[in-house]
Design a protein around this ligand. Structure first.
Ligand SMILES: Cc1cc2nc3c(=O)[nH]c(=O)nc-3n(C[C@H](O)[C@H](O)[C@H](O)COP(=O)(O)OP(=O)(O)OC[C@H]3O[C@@H](n4cnc5c(N)ncnc54)[C@H](O)[C@@H]3O)c2cc1C
Length: 366
């Protein structure tokens, strides 16, 4: 999120200091999965429209970034398959199919929520999981999280308006003096400050807010794994009951994820991940013997109202939130960064109301 904001600031010619507590890109964004999943196309609303626009525009953003850096981001609109184990789910899917025809369109681009009788490719997934057929959504996509992050970092390392400082941890914001206080006592003054520290944005923003009844957000741990298999990288993402199987380039297939509100160690992997891997092997027989090349865990930023948390602090308008992407950050971060930069430039952020920091503060005060 913060890397996109810095990229956008560079393009706007805004003098920027990008500070990260660690090396750049090693937070939740340094993971393995990279599924870019649209919401279902029913009950259309401003949130779904925002996400649709973001997922569509990401294509061009990636093309631009790849041209600027000479790097590839592992992006592909490969679509998504959702097995339907029960007949009533097929009925619902047929309804969504009509919704997609109405809502998933822009100019001459059309995306679909097809309902199929059997998997388009044998074993992807095993037909036993699709007793009532399966959905083929042609809008979903995937990106390699690390390749995208590398491209953003590469762009920023040669940016003329952005200075990068790594290994410097913000401890508090002092909005009255427009200062950030860092671990070790260092201080920086700012014109505007975009707080995009993943789940650690929540305590920083809470520290400048009136007393609230609830925390404004929390970390949710996720574990995922990368398998090596001879799989066509163009195959759609498979999604079943929270389990993702994502074919990436180079014979890699990412599987995930756990969702843990309570955990002891943020970065360890355990039996919960082994269960995810077993379920993925059953769903896709071609993965049965695939070696695991990496196991990984990270902390997603989940805001109190579950939606992203973006925009100016209502009482300290020079402090701007950019966090809370929870499980969908990769598809929308570039657009949320635009909204944060609009707030810097005194323009309308153009966000669904529930995404605003102001809204989350109200929810946390109830
Ligand atoms: C297992 C797993 C699977 C996921 N799968 C997907 C998926 O398929 N699709 C999807 O869209 N999303 C997915 N997500 C969610 C996604 O990874 C996150 O929502 C996203 O990476 C959050 O990005 P961020 O920039 O807000 O935070 P981060 O990537 O965590 O970045 C925060 C940065 O802030 C820095 N920082 C923290 N505290 C401070 C401080 N005090 N001072 C200075 N710097 C600080 C950190 O070092 C870090 O670099 C997944 C997450 C997990 C864990």
């Amino acid at each position: 999120m913060g890397l996109w904001a810095a990229v956008k600031a560079e393009r706007l010619g805004i003098s920027t200091l990008l500070v990260d507590a660690g090396p750049l890109g090693q937070g939740a964004s340094g993971g393995l999965l990279g599924a870019l999943m649209p919401h279902t196309p029913d009950k259309w609303n401003d949130k779904k429209q925002f996400q649709f626009d973001a997922l569509l525009s990401l294509e061009d953003e990636i093309i631009e970034l790849e041209a600027e850096t000479g790097l590839v981001c592992g992006y592909r609109r490969s679509g998504r398959l959702i097995p339907l184990p029960k007949p009533h789910l097929r009925k619902i899917a047929l309804g969504h199919s009509a919704d997609a025809e109405a809502c998933w369109r822009r100019g001459d681009r059309r995306f679909h929520w097809h309902v199929l009788d059997r998997p388009p490719q044998n074993g992807w997934p095993d037909a036993a999981f699709a007793a009532a057929g399966l959905v083929h959504d042609t809008f979903a996509a995937r990106v390699s999280p690390r390749s995208l992050v590398s491209a953003l970092v590469t762009f920023l390392r040669s940016a003329s308006n952005v200075r990068i400082v790594e290994g410097l941890e913000a401890e508090a914001i002092d909005p009255a003096a427009s200062r950030i206080i860092f671990h070790g006592g260092g201080v920086v003054t700012f014109g505007h400050c975009i707080v995009s520290a993943g789940h650690r944005s929540f305590p920083l923003l809470q520290g400048i807010s009136p007393p609230l009844k609830h925390p404004i957000g929390q970390p949710v741990k996720g574990q995922a794994a990368l398998l090596k298999a001879d799989i066509d990288p163009a195959l759609p993402v498979i999604f079943l009951n929270g389990l993702y199987v994502v074919a990436h380039e180079g014979g890699h297939v990412a599987v995930g994820s756990t969702s843990e509100d309570v955990f002891d160690d943020p970065s360890s992997t355990d039996a919960q991940l082994e269960d995810v891997i077993s379920r993925a092997r059953a769903l896709v027989p071609a993965l049965a013997q695939a070696p695991v090349v990496e196991r990984w865990a990270g902390l997603r930023p989940k805001a109190i109202d579950r939606d992203p948390m973006v925009g100016a602090h209502p009482e300290h308008t020079r402090v701007i939130a950019l966090t809370g992407g929870f499980k969908v950050s990769f598809g929308i971060a570039h657009r949320l960064a635009d909204a944060a930069l609009n707030a810097v430039n005194g323009r309308e952020p153009r966000l669904p109301a529930s995404f605003t920091l102001a809204n989350h503060l109200v929810v946390a005060s109830r």
